[in-house]
Write a protein that binds this ligand. Structure first.
Ligand code: F0G
Length: 457
């Protein structure tokens, strides 16, 4: 097969500022070994997130120019509403400024003490919003999703047997909502199959539980369905997307991912009563229902991006570039989540750094090493992000210690990716030199964003 090329030309570029290893060692220490505290100019290849870091197309920039900034009834809102209705098949569309704003509104209404929200895996902001409402978030991921080294086609699937067991145990009245995250970001960017969504829908239907989709990466998930679920081999992506959403009562979305925009989000749903409650909260927290937390120009960029993301040449290049990096690492023995996910490569830091125990945060230590060696910024998805303390103050480690290298959409070329692979392989060969970390400051919620750490000598 010939090389899969980037399906775009580059019209506008941004400079990368080069730094030396010595300079980066100083920056890292001053940032307390926390990538969120490093200035972007001090980063050479920024793989911290694929969220809001997308390169917009010339068509989206043209959309920015025609944005209608009217407070009420903006033309851009009607473009946005039509696009989201068309893609999801859902009638009611509520714009928000980003994914977590949608979550905050939704869970303020349906969450609360004594309630459980079940999921394949909740993203950290989703879980935080659920817990903030007083409810409890429950992850019921399929067993194969929990073993990074074992490949399987749909490692993001929900464990449907565990779901039904949980419903029977806790009572359906205490479970107002089931949220399926596509793709499963915290579990390696792994997809959920259409069959799994159908099975989950059937169980939710049987017990009268509302089914929502966390739709951040819906197009990437649907491309995996096309590649891996025989039934869909010849189905166009928009039709797969429509079917996926057809099983859901609603969805929350961060347009910073698969709408290829820099900001934005929405709630889409079918229930007029729930929509009314959402809009009431929206007006207090985000804005009037025809702009949510967004400018008219953002609504335009999102409506255009939502169609661009479903282009199969784009999706082929997107998924292939992640797979390409994964393959290079596997060839050199670097332990990575297999198979490659949709938006990121996940390194298994537990296996990469066997000499660093969970309470010394191997993932965060590896994040630091990649930055120091090559100016690459990544993020820990492990015990710093998800760890909790028991009654004696001992760390309860996360299920996995992963380091995520999230690839921004349409931003980096193949040679950037080659460079990333070279740096990771170099760090892997010298891995025994990497030291564990200890926390010197942490906040009570979402501590990874602001935590300060130092090296244990
Ligand atoms: N759901 C998922 C699956 C996500 O990955 C994110 C964000 C959100 C919800 C929240 O959306 O950021 O617009 O408020 N994920 C980013 C990341 C931050 O880096 O993975 P948001």
């Amino acid at each position: 097969m010939s090389t899969i090329i980037e399906p775009f030309r580059i019209k506008s570029v941004e400079p990368i500022f080069f730094t030396t290893k010595e300079q980066r060692a100083v920056v890292l220490e001053k940032a307390f070994y926390n990538p969120f505290l490093i200035r972007a100019d001090d980063v050479m290849i920024d793989l911290l997130t694929d969220s809001g870091t997308n390169a917009m197309s010339s068509a989206q920039w043209a959309g920015i120019m025609i944005g209608d900034e009217s407070y009420a009834g903006s033309n851009s809102f009607f473009h946005f509403e039509k696009a989201v209705q068309d893609i999801t098949g859902m009638p009611i569309i509520i714009p928000t400024h980003q994914g977590r704003a949608s979550e905050k509104i939704l869970f303020s209404i349906i969450g609360g003490k004594g309630k459980y929200i079940v999921s394949n895996t909740l993203f950290d902001t989703t879980r935080a919003n659920i817990e903030f409402s007083g409810a409890e978030g429950i992850d019921l991921l399929c067993p194969e999703g929990k073993i990074p080294s074992v490949p399987a086609p749909f490692k993001g699937n929900m464990d449907v047997e565990a779901l039904e067991k949980f419903i029977i145990e806790k009572g359906a009245v205490n479970i107002p909502l089931c949220m399926v995250t596509v793709t499963n970001n915290s579990g390696g960017g792994q997809p959920v199959s259409m069959q799994n969504i159908r099975d989950v829908k059937q169980i939710c239907g049987r017990y009268g539980i509302t089914l929502f989709i966390d739709a951040c990466r819906f197009a990437e998930n649907c491309y995996f369905i096309k590649l891996r679920e025989k039934e869909f081999a010849n189905t166009p992506i928009p039709a797969i997307v429509r079917e996926l959403f057809s099983y859901a009562d609603g969805c929350t979305m961060s347009a910073k991912k698969d709408a290829i925009a820099n900001i934005g989000g929405f709630i889409a749903l079918r229930d007029e009563d729930l929509a009314l409650k959402c809009r009431n909260l929206l007006i207090i927290t985000e804005g009037f229902p025809t702009y949510g937390g967004l400018a008219g120009r953002d609504l335009e960029a999102i409506s255009i991006g939502l169609y661009e993301v479903m282009d199969e040449h784009y999706l082929q290049y997107r998924i292939r570039s992640i797979e390409y990096l994964t393959e290079k690492l596997i060839a050199e023995g670097v332990p990575v989540m297999q198979p490659a996910g949709g938006h990121a490569v996940y390194i298994d830091a537990k296996v990469f750094l066997p000499h660093i125990p969970s309470h010394q945060y191997p993932g965060q230590a590896l994040v630091g090493a990649l930055y120091r060696e090559g100016g690459i910024r990544s993020v820990e998805i492990g015990s710093l992000m998800f760890g909790k303390y028991d009654d004696e103050g001992q760390l309860i480690p996360a299920m996995m210690e992963l380091v995520r290298l999230a690839i921004p959409r349409r931003v980096y070329t193949q040679s950037h990716i080659d460079y990333v692979a070279e740096i990771i392989i170099k760090v892997y060969r010298e891995r025994e030199k990497i030291k564990g970390l200890k926390i010197t400051y942490e906040s009570p919620t979402l501590r990874h964003f602001t935590a300060k750490l130092e090296e244990i000598s």
